[in-house]
Design a protein around this ligand. Structure first.
Ligand SMILES: Nc1nc2c(ncn2[C@@H]2O[C@H](COP(=O)(O)OP(=O)(O)OP(=O)(O)O)[C@@H](O)[C@H]2O)c(=O)[nH]1
Ligand SMILES: [Mg+2]
Length: 339
């Protein structure tokens, strides 16, 4: 999505060395003496400007218009690097492009108008101004490089597939379940917040593509207090989920009480009222008497008792997945926005 971003030094170096090469070609040509100096320096300045402009343009063109991306990607970029900063940096590159275009014209003309003896001096002025413009966008180039690194793992979403989002407290077994149902290979560990981004697994049920998304753990606190890692889970729920598999750690070995997990569930059900939720009570292999779970079971029909680690209950989950329908999220007023 973002190409390799040069430093100001690299950008100038590329422009100036190409300028020198082109100037040297003219140096070897037969040109009247009073014109030669001008021609050499004019070519040097114009080539340098063009090489720098081409590179800037290729960066600007390669980054997609953020407003045209699917809302999920817009939010993802915003959480990961910040949409405003991204726009500002691209704006700065555009600005530099414009100024260098002006300098190219201004100094090209100046070299042509003046005697050849002054050409080198004018070329030096031009290079000084080009350098200062390129150094002015240093922080923007730095930012775009940072954005490139951070967006490298941006998930590839299949917007046509039916999408199921696994959510729950940290350490309850979400990633373990993703492994069980899809064969994806997310990191699993016995500490909270192992998963920091969005993990995707794919499966097919009755020839239908199903996309299963594993999210970072959420705590039972207001959305406004959530950190960027947790927000990844919220935007996946908001934009992608056709159904939610809410995982409880029935054993509480995750380190969190069922009561807190239940509070989170209620919060999610309230925020995402249109999305069907299924309740998966995990780590049942550790439970001897499930009596005490009763107060957390709101709907017996939508509750499944599983052990993600040994695959217990996966058949029942697959049965549920088979019944899930895709939610149409196309906005009504401007349906063609996504096409
Ligand atoms: N006994 C038992 N342990 C499980 C089960 N499912 C997961 N675990 C263990 O619980 C711990 C957390 O599992 P993860 O799959 O990483 O949990 P997570 O919900 O993805 O955790 P975060 O990404 O940190 O939010 C690991 O040590 C797993 O081996 C299960 O069914 N039974
Ligand atoms: Mg995980």
């Amino acid at each position: 999505m973002i190409p390799t971003i040069p430093t100001p030094e690299e950008l100038l170096d590329k422009g100036f060395s190409r300028g020198k090469k082109q100037a040297d070609l003219i140096r070897s040509q037969k040109i009247p003496k009073h014109l030669k100096g001008k021609r050499i320096e004019e070519r040097r300045v114009i080539t340098s400007c063009q090489v720098i402009k081409d590179k800037l343009k290729s960066i600007i063109d390669a980054v997609p218009e953020i407003e045209e991306l699917h809302p999920f990607y817009q939010d993802y970029i915003d959480i990961t690097v910040g949409v405003d900063d991204m726009k500002q940096s691209l704006g700065a590159l555009n600005w530099a492009y414009g100024i260098i275009t002006q300098l190219e014209k201004e100094y090209g003309a100046k070299i042509r108008k003046n005697p050849s003896e002054r050409a080198t001096e004018i070329q030096k002025q031009a290079y000084g101004r080009i350098s200062s413009v390129v150094y002015k966008i240093k922080k923007d180039l730095d930012f775009l490089d940072f954005a490139k690194q951070n967006l490298r793992n941006m998930p590839t979403i299949d917007f046509d597939a039916t999408t199921i989002v696994i959510a729950g407290f940290p350490n309850v077994g979400k990633s373990t379940l993703l492994r069980q149902i899809t064969g994806a290979d997310p990191q699993v560990a016995n500490y909270p917040f192992t998963t920091k981004g969005i993990q995707i697994g794919h499966t097919e049920i009755h020839w239908r593509s199903i996309q299963i998304i594993d999210t970072p753990g959420l705590l039972d606190r207001p959305v406004l207090e959530m950190n960027d890692i947790e927000m990844n889970a919220i935007v996946a729920l908001e934009h992608l989920a056709d159904a939610i598999l809410f995982i409880f750690d029935a054993s509480e070995t995750c380190g969190f009480h069922l009561e807190n997990q239940y509070n989170l569930l209620k919060q999610i059900e309230k925020i995402f009222a249109d999305i069907p939720v299924y309740y998966l009570f995990n780590k049942m292999d550790l439970i001897e008497d499930r009596e005490y779970l009763n107060e957390y079971i709101d709907d017996e029909d939508k509750s499944i008792f599983i052990s993600a680690i040994d695959g217990e209950g996966v058949d029942e989950i697959n049965k549920v997945i088979r019944s899930i329908k895709k939610i149409d999220r196309t906005p009504e007023e401007d349906d063609d926005e996504y096409y």
